[in-house]
Write a protein that binds this ligand. Structure first.
Ligand code: DX5
Ligand code: ZN
Length: 219
């Protein structure tokens, strides 16, 4: 039997004047998670949205909230995101001084813990953590903006990560974020991805629900 693929539309690409519609669309669609990109203008050269938006989205969204923190010292807000009702909290390896401790804290609170790796960060940095992580997020663009082109070297990192997960018996899912579309989805899945984040290719499509359906069935 083929393994499942999870689709996580990224709200960053939605029309912010109509966020409720975008969340409802995700609720009614075949999407598995809703991906929320939090940017602080320091870790990445852009600012997206913060807690008040997450709080409102959490009230309406029926799918698990997959929060990707692109902020320095993300440990400052672990409790806050828990209180907002977030299900998966993903921290950047590059922004986390005591990652082991932060992952333990996320687990203590009952959330799933993810670690994101920038395109320049090799996957071996997770060698001593892979057994305790629920999600490894491989950035396939440089974080900070939607609508960028998929970096093809990411496929190599996904394959390496998949091999490591199989070898160690870890149950971590591989999530791939940035430049994912209908053209490259199947190849990314074959390389070992379990979760595809899709911003522009969903919310800029003429029919976003159909785009989610097509991504899910392309794999
Ligand atoms: C980029 C974000 C992504 C982004 C993906 O920093 O982490 O989640 O929203 O957008 P697309 O799918 O348009 O590349
Ligand atoms: Zn993201």
């Amino acid at each position: 039997m083929s393994r499942p693929i999870y689709i996580a539309p990224s709200l960053l690409a939605a029309d912010f004047l109509h966020l409720a519609e975008a969340v409802e669309l995700v609720n009614q669609s075949e999407a598995d998670w809703l991906h929320l990109d939090i940017m602080d203008g320091v870790f990445v050269p852009n600012i997206s949205f913060g807690m008040p938006v997450v709080e409102s989205v959490a009230r309406l969204c029926k799918k698990p909230l997959d929060v990707h923190l692109m902020i320095i010292q993300p440990e400052r807000y672990i409790e806050t995101f828990y209180e907002l009702g977030v299900h998966h909290l993903i921290l950047h390896y590059e922004a986390s001084l005591h990652l082991h401790r932060y992952i333990e804290r996320i687990h203590q609170l009952g959330m799933q813990a993810g670690v994101a790796l920038n395109p320049h960060t090799p996957i071996h940095v997770l060698d001593d953590m892979v057994h305790m992580i629920d999600i490894v997020l491989i950035m396939s663009v440089n974080p900070g903006f939607g609508g960028q082109q998929f970096i093809s070297h990411s496929l190599h990192k996904i394959r390496q990560m998949k091999e490591k997960i199989l070898k160690t018996g870890s149950s971590a899912k591989i999530e791939v974020d940035g430049g994912v579309d209908l053209q490259n989805a199947a190849e990314i899945f074959r390389a070992g991805a379990d979760v595809l984040v899709a911003g522009s290719s969903v919310f800029h499509a003429p029919n976003p629900a159909e785009a989610i359906h097509l991504l899910k069935h392309a794999c």
